[in-house]
Design a binder for this molecule. Sequence first.
Ligand code: MRU
Length: 369
Amino acid sequence: MNPNQTKRPVWLDEGGRLWVIDQRELPHRFEVLQIQTVLDMIQAIQSMVVRGAPLIGVCGAYGMALAARQACAAEDPRKTLEELTQTLRSARPTAVNLAWAVDGIFAQLAGESKAASWPEVALSEAQAIEEAEVVRCRSIGQFGLAPIRAIHERHPERPVQVLTHCNAGWLACVEYGTATAPIYAAHEAGIPVHVWVDETRPLNQGSRLTAWELAQKGVPHTVIVDNAGGHLMQQGMVDLVIVGADRVSRNGDAANKIGTYLKALAAGDNGIPFYVAIPSTTIDWMIGDGVAGIPIEMRDPDEVRFVEGLDGDRRTRVLVPPEGSPALNPAFDVTPARLITGLMTEKGICAASEAGILGLFPEMGGYRP
Ligand code: MRU
């Protein structure tokens, strides 16, 4: 399939079959995979065929539609649904969108009297979640455009320099992305932007995925090693940082791809605005203190020990450290709210604090950790 034939990382074809872009293969090969069972979906989430918090939520929702189909044909539909739901919701632990989507659909199905109706109910809810995520991301872009426009008005003679970490683009969401939505909005509005793309070791979501996305959309960008950001900030080469998040606690602490915290420290030291762009589905209303409470996924140390890339036209994997050296692979870190200039959400930009968040989402005031 040609990349231009799909503008979403997950979709249903006319025959109702579910497909995803295999993000492990990008940027050098564009491949798609059919997801036929809930176990296929669990594997796709765990092995990073699909990744990024909002996308994991949407895929979890489609996974529930597949789980519902399997459960209603089982001897004990309710027990089977419960078991499949548990396995699906724990496929990856940090991005709260997965548990949010899966739990929401499970609660809906639990209220249905006939198991035979589950697949249809779950599928239509998954489609609704997908479309709502698109609307949220577009809105994040509109609100997030304001600080970029303000910098442009102060320096109309040069591009606005944005630094981002990991991939919080349309591949990680459905369309637009979270951190990339304001960048795409600026680009479409004719504001010149240039993006410093952290490569984002160990799996290089920045150099593989964000760079690919920006290139596809014609947005000027440059890939840098993860450790270059602080230096560029000191040299006046970064106007603002925009990153996504996998889970934001009630007090505004933000868990995002490992290395984000260091960027926030460097931005703070250099007086550079540091924004976290999130849909409200990424807020965990039940965690009061993100540094203490957000679970951090530990992944396979081999992701650190080996690097993958293209050798001629062959994808290859090479070992970097000494054969016997152990490695540790925490996949996320938590940036404390005090280092965050603002949260860019679908309802506007707010302070990274409980008061700031509840100012935009007053209906969530009743939820308590
Ligand atoms: O491990 P991943 O690739 O699923 O990590 C998710 C991310 O890409 C990020 O941390 C991202 O910045 C937030 S998701 C929009």
